[in-house]
Structure formats: C-alpha cells, structure tokens
Design a protein around this ligand. Structure first.
Ligand SMILES: Cc1cc2nc3c(=O)[nH]c(=O)nc-3n(C[C@H](O)[C@H](O)[C@H](O)COP(=O)(O)OP(=O)(O)OC[C@H]3O[C@@H](n4cnc5c(N)ncnc54)[C@H](O)[C@@H]3O)c2cc1C
Length: 441
C-alpha cells in the first residue's frame, strides 16, 4: 500500500464548529452532551478514552433517524481527522479515515483512479457512520457498503487499538462491520473499490402493475434498479443505472425544481391530507423521462433538500414485489397520509453478523414521511406488513423492534453480545436506546 501525506493536513476542509446542542438531519433526534470531543489525531482519541470512564457515543454526520447517537455525556466526532491514508493500485483498495464524509471521499478516490462499488441515495454520511448501520444503495449483485470493507481499525473504550480483517481477528471483523458504534470507535477503514467508472442514469415512467410483474427480471438487466411508487397512483418512476463509456452530460433542468414542487405538495397534503390522492393522480404530469451520464459517485447520489423521516425494512428479494404491493394497497385501502414516494431497491446478501442482509439477497422497501408530519401513525400501520415477510429493519431508520425480536432475526446475536461485553464491560457505549437492545435483561 502506498501511503499519503499526513491525514490531518487534508482534513481541515471538513472541520466544523463544536456541536453543543446536537440534532440529526431530520430533527427527530436531539441531545445536549456535557462534553463534545473532536480529536485531532487517533493517538489523542486513544489516550482520552484510556482516562475517561463515563458514557460516550460517537457521531458521524447525523443522518440516522433512529436514536443511535444521542448522548448526554460525551459525544465524539471524528470530523477533524478525515481523508485518504493510502492505496493499493493493483488491488484497487484504499485506506481512509473513518470520519471522512462520502462527498469528500468520491473526489479523493477519483484522484487515485478508484471509485466505490456502490453508494446510497446521498453522500453526506461519514464512511464509518454509513458502514456501521449497513447503509446500502441498489443493485441485485451489489452488497451494502459494510461488505466492501477489507480491514478496519477500532479503538476500544479502554484506549486499546485493535485491527481486524477476514484473516486477523475474524470474529471481531464479522461483528464490527455493522456494530452501531457499540463495540468501539472505528478510526480507519480499508475499502475494496474498483477502477473509476461512469454510469448512465435513465428515469422512466412505467405502469406500476408492469413494474411489479417485471422488476425481478429487470434487476438482472441493469447494474442498479430502483422504483418509486406513489401510494395513490397506478404509475411509478423506474430508475436504472448502468456502466457506460459515454461522455458526461446532464439531464435538462425542469422548469420548476423538484425540491420546490415536493415542498409545495408536502405542505399542501400536510394541511389537507385528503388531497394526497388527487395530487398523486396528477404528479406524473411533472415527471418526465430523462437520462444523464456522470462519474459513478456523482450519478449514484442525489441532493435531498426536503427533509423527511424514514422507516425501511429488508425482505427476501423474491417476496419483495408482493410485500411492496401490499404496502401500496394498504395505503390506498386505509387512506393513509403518505405523500412521499415509497422506494424499492435490491441489495445482495452478505456474511456480516448484524447486517440486515445477512445470508439473504434482499429487497429494500422504504416509507418516508415529511419531517413536519407525525410519522408514528403511518409507520405503525405499515410495519406489521414487513413482519409478515420476516423483514429486518434498517438500523439507522425508524423501527419499533425490541431486543427479543432482533435477537431472533440474527443467528450470531449472542456471539456479538459476548464480544461487546468483552470490549465494553461497563457499558460505556450504551445510551438508553442501545441499552434496550444490547443490555442483558
Ligand atoms: C437523506 C437521507 C438519505 C439516506 N439514504 C440512505 C440510503 O440510500 N441507503 C441507506 O442504507 N441509508 C440511507 N440513509 C441512512 C444513513 O445512511 C445511515 O443512517 C447512516 O448511518 C448515517 O451515517 P452518518 O455518518 O450520518 O452516521 P450517524 O447517523 O451520525 O451515526 C450512525 C451510527 O454510526 C455510528 N458511528 C459513527 N461514526 C462512527 C465511528 N467512527 N465508529 C463507530 N461508530 C460510528 C454512530 O455511533 C451511530 O451508531 C439516509 C439518511 C438520510 C437522512
């Protein structure tokens, strides 16, 4: 591996002011930590942890909807130590600081002719925050980002620095790749990338019935396939992306921006939910087929300015279309206030103990609610449908699953607990939400 200049020297761009009162992206989670610690080196982090005996949590970019980050004691952010540490040209691997935000990582990897295999919908997460909740994009043959890790470095609460990979500390590696910041603080991540590549995105409008019938075939025909359905419409948006050699070009900008329209419709339907069905029937007047070509890290991600809260479940890929149809039928039948589109993606199975994709090729179904609207009613109505398909919730999104149910979803749950107890014997890393999940009853 070739090593680069000191990491600190390229980290300042992302430096942020101290956090004080913290809240997440959608503002459904907040806390007021007693101390905010932004180490400027991993050795400073290790020595501070060695001395500190109180509770602590680590925050990435605050883009989770579930209460993973909340801490009233110490909150640690690695946003002062970001960047690329080294790379291996022939293997297409790169070692990066764990606090690096994905939007910084894309151009950094491009500068060494590499790109990540896949990305989720946005690029604002830190790489550690993204991997530790099993963040994913779409693609039947593409795993979640956590499965792209070749090795990682973790600092435990006692300040010890631990390396793990498939060949070294294998059990810890299986546990740590998706670990919700409950094993220690990840400081470095080695990623398996690929040579940089371009993607062509195509947006089409398709009848929903046709999409539900054919999506299982389409998933083999495109590298990435994604559906957006509106609860009250019989049409859907089909988004596909495939590798291309074409030169980059952008889609024609719409007369009214998507964000302005979405905000307008969200505000109208928030105040008059009965209009949701009417607007869904008209919305495809505003959505036109389009295409564009860009570097993969730009083509895969979108800008999401209209805030929402989200619940997402992973079900087996074969049952995905049926589960998706039931969700839409339920919204229509019970006239639920669901303006935002329902999203449907594919993710390949993996071998990570707490990954929602463990041992199962999955269809990922997301329900969104505008951030000014209460989401409990909508999510509560739809969550039991996912239970019928043995759905596993996204760790970073809203769900109501408790310890017993979660432990039944994951065959290696107990081994994960044993490793957690060994690394964090005084439960310093557990906030109330994580205690409810991980603490022995
Ligand atoms: C607009 C939007 C779009 C999204 N799109 C997608 C998507 O397409 N696909 C998808 O799967 N998810 C998506 N998500 C969810 C998001 O990717 C995850 O919730 C992710 O965990 C957020 O990363 P973060 O850096 O903001 O981490 P945070 O939310 O800040 O933290 C998440 C978890 O990571 C832990 N953590 C952070 N840094 C470290 C570290 N250094 N060491 C150990 N643990 C650490 C935290 O303690 C916490 O448990 C989206 C979220 C939003 C708001």
């Amino acid at each position: 591996m070739e090593y680069f200049d000191s990491v600190e020297s390229i980290s300042q761009e992302h430096a942020q002011s101290p956090i004080g009162h913290w809240q997440n992206w959608s503002s459904n989670q907040s806390c007021t930590p007693k101390h905010v610690f932004q180490p400027v080196s991993t050795s400073e982090l290790a020595s501070t942890l060695k001395e500190y005996s109180g509770k602590l949590r680590v925050v990435g970019s605050g883009h989770s909807f579930s209460p993973l980050v909340n801490s009233n004691d110490m909150l640690i952010s690695l946003n002062q130590i970001t960047g690329l540490i080294g790379s291996d040209k022939s293997e297409h691997t790169a070692r990066v600081m764990a606090g690096t935000p994905l939007h910084q990582l894309g151009p950094l990897l491009e500068s060494i002719d590499q790109s990540m295999m896949n990305l989720g919908d946005i690029d604002h997460q830190s790489i550690a925050g993204a991997i530790t909740t099993g963040t994913h994009g779409t693609g039947a043959k593409l795993s979640c980002l956590s499965h792209l890790i070749k090795s990682m470095t973790l600092i435990a609460v006692d300040g010890s620095v631990i390396e793990c990979s498939a060949s070294h500390n294998r059990e810890l590696f299986n546990a740590a790749r998706v670990s919700l910041g409950a094993l220690g603080i990840i400081t470095e991540i080695e990623l398996q990338n690929r040579p940089k590549y371009r993607l062509k995105e195509s947006i089409d409008v398709v009848p929903l019935k046709e999409a539900l019938t054919n999506i299982e075939t389409w998933k083999h025909q495109h590298r990435h396939v994604e559906l957006f359905a509106f609860g009250y419409s019989d049409q859907a948006i089909l988004k596909t992306l495939n590798i291309t050699e074409e030169a980059p070009f952008q889609a024609k900008a719409p007369l009214i921006s998507d964000d302005s329209l979405l905000t307008l419709f969200c505000e109208v339907t928030r105040k008059a939910p009965k209009l949701t069905s009417l607007i869904h029937h008209q919305i495809f007047r505003f959505i036109k087929p389009s295409s564009r070509v860009d570097e993969s890290y730009k083509a895969l991600t979108s800008v999401r300015n209209v805030r929402f809260n989200e619940m997402e479940y992973q079900v087996s890929s074969e049952t995905g279309p049926e589960c998706f149809e039931r969700i839409i039928n339920h919204i229509q039948k019970h006239k639920l206030p669901a303006f935002f589109p329902i999203e449907y993606r594919y993710v390949a199975g993996d071998d990570i103990w707490l990954s929602p994709f463990y041992n199962r090729d999955s269809a990922s179904i997301s329900i969104h609610q505008y951030y000014k609207q209460d989401y409990h009613g909508l999510f509560g109505e739809l969550e039991p449908i996912f239970d019928d398909y043995q759905g596993r919730p996204h760790w970073g999104k809203i769900h109501t699953k408790e310890q017993k149910q979660l432990s039944e979803m994951y065959p290696h749950w107990e081994t994960f607990q044993a490793i957690r107890q060994e690394l964090d014997p005084k439960n310093q890393l557990l906030n109330p939400a994580l205690s409810a999940i991980f603490k022995k009853p």
